[in-house]
Design a protein around this ligand. Structure first.
Ligand SMILES: Cc1ncc(COP(=O)(O)O)c(C=O)c1O
Ligand SMILES: N[C@@H](CCCC[NH3+])C(=O)O
Length: 388
């Protein structure tokens, strides 16, 4: 993304801002689409990772569908022009208002997360004289081996319907005339880098599919969710290994004729395509610690404060290689009134000065969309590679 370390293009732009590399996004999308094509896998992009309209337009153009988790996301997907027959709506707490809106927009499928939600959806669809297509989100109790806070497929997590509730779920489906049951849905967590985890998921999906088929249900869709991770330590490697990822599902998932396999990728598609560009406001050299104070903080990129997530930090104003005598360890912090407003502790950087431009890399997913107004901060802006 910054191979030439040419920052002259950033010099006259007010910081902080998200810098989006849409060329890299294009490359990533094409790599993913090409890797999925031989298996005829369907990709629904998870808007929660980033609902920036410039990105969404590119994602729609490549032919992916949309995985949404609120009526706002469904509305955004429709506005962008995603085919409504490629829009799915998941979420553990869909309100009646949201369900009604999605019914009106004739989306492809509701990924239902509780038996009570099935009953509500059946009732609301009935009032409109509609039939809602549903997939049941099952909690498969598969460990995603990722950060505890972003694991979603264990018994202790709130997501999906637990296996012991499936008999009641099946009865409810049979007794719901306004629902058409089309498949099963899973999502075990995010930032998954150990691909073996997906083999375990496939085994569970096969078991659950067989269970439903034994009960006389036909499954058209096997939706295995998303979660494929990116390499935060080497953002220059940029494009995730979609080939190995899809190969696992091709090998380990039992797919019957006529069945579709759906994926809901978010981070893997957009994560490497943006950096948070920020300037050094102050450098504080203390006895115990040196601090670089940036003009971006947890209000612009929350992941380090929320999950102690690692993002590579680069001082773009310095030419590399830097003499080792000029390397200093800094705590790299933001301006927010919170001690957790820290992008990295004891980070080795070339000696840095007020005005230096820093890039916080791999910020395309769960970055801009998780920004907040805390401390009444100005809204973060976006800048695109083709503009500068
Ligand atoms: C149901 C569902 N699908 C898809 C995703 C996208 O996940 P990721 O960005 O890790 O691919 C998420 C978020 O974790 C999710 O909750
Ligand atoms: N927001 C998280 C991931 C959660 C994904 C949504 N279920 C992150 O920044 O990594």
């Amino acid at each position: 993304m910054f191979a030439d370390k040419d920052i002259s293009k950033f010099n006259n732009i007010e910081t902080p801002f998200y810098y989006y590399d849409t060329d890299l996004l294009q490359k990533t999308l094409h790599t993913c689409a090409d890797a999925a094509a031989p298996y005829q896998f369907h990709i629904h992009y998870a808007l929660k990772a980033n609902f920036n309209t410039v990105l969404l337009n590119q994602i729609r153009e490549i032919g992916f569908g949309a995985d949404c988790v609120s009526a706002g996301e469904v509305r955004r997907a429709v506005e962008i022009g995603f085919d409504h027959k490629k829009i799915v709506f998941a979420g553990v707490g869909k309100s009646d208002k949201e369900i009604n809106e999605a019914l009106d927009l004739d989306i492809f499928c509701f990924n239902v997360e509780s038996i009570q939600e099935l009953a509500v959806l059946n009732e609301l669809a009935g009032k409109k004289g509609k039939t809602a297509q549903v997939a049941i989100r099952i909690n498969p109790n598969v460990d995603a081996h990722t950060h505890h806070n972003i694991t979603t497929g264990l018994d202790e997590n709130k997501f999906g319907i637990n296996s012991w509730d499936l008999p009641e779920c099946a009865e409810t489906l049979k007794a719901s005339p306004n629902l058409k049951f089309i498949g099963i849905h899973f999502h075990i967590g995010s930032q998954i880098t150990n691909l073996d985890v997906y083999k375990n998921l496939c085994v569970r999906v096969n078991e659950f599919a067989a269970w439903f088929e034994d009960k006389g249900f036909k499954l058209k869709v096997l939706n295995v969710g998303g979660g494929l991770g990116i390499d935060y330590y080497n953002p220059d490697h940029q494009i995730p290994d979609f080939g190995s990822y899809f190969k696992i599902f091709n090998e380990f998932l039992t797919v019957k004729p006529g069945q579709e396999v759906h994926f809901e990728l978010g981070r893997a598609l957009v994560g490497q395509s943006a950096s948070l560009i920020t300037r050094v406001l102050y450098v504080k050299n203390g006895k115990k610690k040196n601090f670089v104070v940036l003009d971006a903080g947890m209000t612009e990129l929350m992941r380090p404060a929320l999950y102690q997530a690692y993002h590579k930090i680069e001082n773009l104003s310095k030419q590399f290689p830097v003499d080792s005598s000029q390397i200093v360890k800094y705590d790299i912090v933001g301006p927010i009134c919170e001690s957790t407003d820290c992008f990295g502790k004891e980070v080795e950087q070339p000696e840095s000065f007020r005005g230096d431009i820093f890039a916080i890399r791999s910020a395309g997913a769960y970055g801009e969309v998780m920004a907040s107004k805390y401390n009444l901060r100005d809204a973060i802006r976006s800048v695109y590679n083709y503009e500068i």
